[in-house]
Write a protein of this length. Structure first.
Length: 344
């Protein structure tokens, strides 16, 4: 039995555990296993005109952005998915497909679920003080299909079931170097840089100082992807399969008041909260102009009610006055007043 590391050596840093055997890879090495499992079901299939599968959520478009959908979503059978994918590859098309199905509510999977070795994800979650893994998603991607750079607000134990997938991860604190879309945009939590291997350094100059870590996941590997860590993934093999085990991190305990100093990790949450509060106060559809106005005011050392409001928020989280201007300029720099559709 694998020894569980002490929580302090796990929490906060990604790692790969080889040979954890949570899901029996042998059974899944033939994709017809999935076809049999889901023969009577339709599942979510995403189609992209290129190989990029940018995530978006229109419910989050509080900024009312004129947003061009980058991928098409359809409900289809696994058999039809496999057939269309074969055709695309044999015709040398640029188009790609990606099956991405949330596994809750799949009663036909009861037997399959029962065969998974839950002990390891449960023990890790418990040792790290997270909630139990409470949601799974299955990913089956065509060769070359790519998930652009983004982060999730959950702990993720990501198991590679079949084939190889390459990944690049960046720490949560690289937030401003990865130019996230505004929090009021359907692509909130997504980096405008998109692909770390073809980043536009003219548009995103701070990206060159971000610290990416590269790895190849092979069948049987378990990747721990901590809360907030940025990730980019690409399927090296056709019909590479992965399953995520997501757990929730408990909210920070502030019962003893706001700590005198925030960790860099917490400051990144502060950055996001600040942006959301500005959006709430001055209207989400005006976040862009509010941020650009704030930038001007700070640069010109002017006084204004918007700056007064933001300074109060920063003081409440104990950012000293002499650090507030840089903190603000850093969040705004390069992220507002641009043609976002260009980077979707
Ligand atoms: O495997 C992929 O392409 C995306 C996985 C992912 O983003 C996740 O599990 O959070
Ligand atoms: Fe993700």
């Amino acid at each position: 039995m694998l020894d569980i590391m002490k929580p302090q050596s796990v929490a906060g840093h990604p790692l790969i555990i080889e040979g954890s055997g949570i899901i029996e890879a042998g059974k899944w090495s033939d994709v017809s296993h999935v076809q049999k499992l889901w023969k009577d079901r339709k599942v979510l299939i995403k189609k992209s005109p290129n190989s990029k599968f940018r995530y978006f959520d229109m419910k989050k478009n509080s900024g009312k952005f004129d947003f061009r959908h980058p991928v098409q979503e359809v409900q289809d059978s696994v058999a039809s998915f496999l057939e269309q994918a074969d055709k695309m590859l044999s015709e040398g098309a640029d188009e790609r497909m990606y099956l991405q199905e949330t596994l809750s509510g799949h009663s036909e999977m009861a037997e399959e679920f029962a065969s998974w070795k839950w002990e390891l994800p449960i023990r890790i979650s418990h040792a790290c003080g997270w909630g139990l893994p409470d949601s799974n998603e299955l990913f089956i991607g065509m060769q070359g299909a790519e998930t652009p750079l983004h982060f999730d607000e959950r702990e993720n134990l990501f198991f590679q079931v079949r084939g190889q997938k390459e990944i690049v991860v960046f720490p949560f604190v690289d937030y401003v170097k990865l130019y996230p879309f505004p929090t009021t945009h359907p692509c909130d939590r997504q980096s405008m840089v998109g692909s770390p291997i073809e980043a536009d350094l003219n548009a995103f100059p701070k990206f060159k100082d971000a610290s990416g870590h590269y790895a190849t996941l092979r069948a049987g590997d378990l990747l721990y992807l901590p809360y907030g860590w940025w990730h980019w993934l690409r399927n090296l093999d056709n019909m590479a399969i992965s399953v995520s085990f997501w757990s929730t991190t408990p909210a920070t305990d502030l019962s003893n008041g706001v700590p005198s100093e925030f960790s860099d990790h917490m400051l990144t949450r502060v950055r996001r909260n600040l942006e959301s509060l500005v959006a709430q106060k001055f209207g989400p559809e005006h976040l862009d102009e509010s941020m650009l106005k704030l930038q001007q005011i700070v640069r010109n050392k002017q006084d204004d009610p918007i700056l007064k409001y933001v300074r109060e928020l920063l003081a409440a989280v104990k950012i000293p006055p002499q650090k507030q201007d840089d903190f603000l300029l850093e969040i705004i720099d390069g992220r507002f007043g641009i043609d976002w559709n260009k980077y979707v």
